[in-house]
Design a protein around this ligand. Structure first.
Ligand code: GDP
Length: 308
């Protein structure tokens, strides 16, 4: 099973998937367009969340960082006048240092991530979406902000005039991703942000053509006319999509075979219409407030592959 993932919604679903499918049979292609250098270390927030999920240390009260991590380095830097852009825990920083050491010796981000996975005893294959530097830039009335400056630095408050994924045209699908896609027919696009988490992955040259030949099920991160959490609504509007499951389906286009929407979804008018292409929609309870709920959703989704 292959999943396309960001750092919150899809990891929640992965909690459940792991209770049904052995980790060895799971590949996660992870967004890297929110990566940023903090105090000299490359932080890959979505990749790290997935690494921590599979190694059992993820802080699932926040969906980032390591449970019970300390913040001595972050606090010491603060005392010296350095306010880090992201709150980086000490053990979390060790992950970054491990990655930096390998990358300074010439490893790609994918190679460094595979080494990190091995060091953490992870059996799933965790693959960054590409090795090149790609950045999500948010156009606001105050200027163009890196996604992390918009979302963490400015708490997502500025009006969004546009979203640009810089560097994406030069990014290439990795050999590891191509190999994984050769071996697997079933793909889940988890309930992640369609613009900033899944958007960059689907913008990679050639991936949509490959996904057209696969069985693809997407889970909507939008219920009615709002995301479950985060800035997806604002970003979808800025890109001209309706904030609805239908809008999510339109973002992904005809690679989809089935769209899973929430039982509670009551979007009206244009937003409730089927998209222009042939798409089956199925309703489940998609709000994953416990691992049991994630598992139930995972089982329901996995059964759907038999109908495609
Ligand atoms: P990010 O990298 O932290 O932005 O995380 P993702 O892109 O992976 O996930 C963010 C999206 O997850 C948001 O748009 C939320 O609406 C969605 N989300 C979070 N929790 C849930 C949930 O329990 N169910 C559904 N359907 N969507 C969720």
């Amino acid at each position: 099973m292959i999943l396309l993932s960001g750092g919150t919604g899809t990891p929640k679903l992965l909690q459940g998937i792991r209770r049904v499918i052995p980790d060895e049979e799971i590949t996660v292609i992870v967004n890297t367009a929110e990566d940023i250098v903090v105090s000299g270390s490359l932080v890959s927030p979505d990749v790290d969340t997935i690494l921590y999920l599979f190694s059992g240390v993820l802080d699932i009260s926040k969906w980032w960082g390591i449970r019970n991590d300390t913040f001595h380095t972050n606090n010491a830097l603060k005392k010296m006048g350095i306010n880090e852009k992201l709150m980086l825990g000490d053990a979390d920083r060790a992950t970054c240092i491990f990655r930096d050491v390998l990358m300074q010796k010439g490893a790609s981000l994918t190679e460094a991530t595979l080494s990190l996975s091995a060091a953490l005893g992870i059996k799933a294959k965790i693959l960054p979406m590409c090795n090149e530097k790609v950045d999500t830039m948010i156009k606001t009335p105050e200027g163009i902000l890196h996604f992390q400056d918009f979302w963490v630095g400015s708490r997502g408050n500025p009006e969004v005039l546009g979203v640009d994924i810089t560097g994406i045209k030069k990014a290439r699908l990795t050999k590891e991703i191509l190999d994984a896609l050769k071996l697997e027919d079933n793909v889940i696009i988890g309930p992640s942000n369609p613009i900033t988490s899944i958007g960059p992955i689907l913008a990679l040259k050639g991936i949509k053509e490959i996904l057209m030949t696969k069985k693809v099920i997407a889970v909507s991160p939008i219920i009615g006319n709002s995301p479950v959490s985060g800035p997806a609504g604002k970003l979808m509007s800025a890109k001209g999509y309706p904030v609805s499951s239908n809008g999510v389906a339109r973002c992904y286009g005809d690679i989809l075979d089935i769209m899973v929407i929430d039982d509670r979804d009551t979007a009206k008018g244009d937003t409730a219409k089927e998209p222009d292409f042939n798409l089956k929609t199925v309703r489940f309870d998609t709000i994953m407030t416990s691992v049991e709920k994630s598992e139930k959703l995972a089982r329901n989704i996995l059964k759907l592959f038999q109908d495609i």
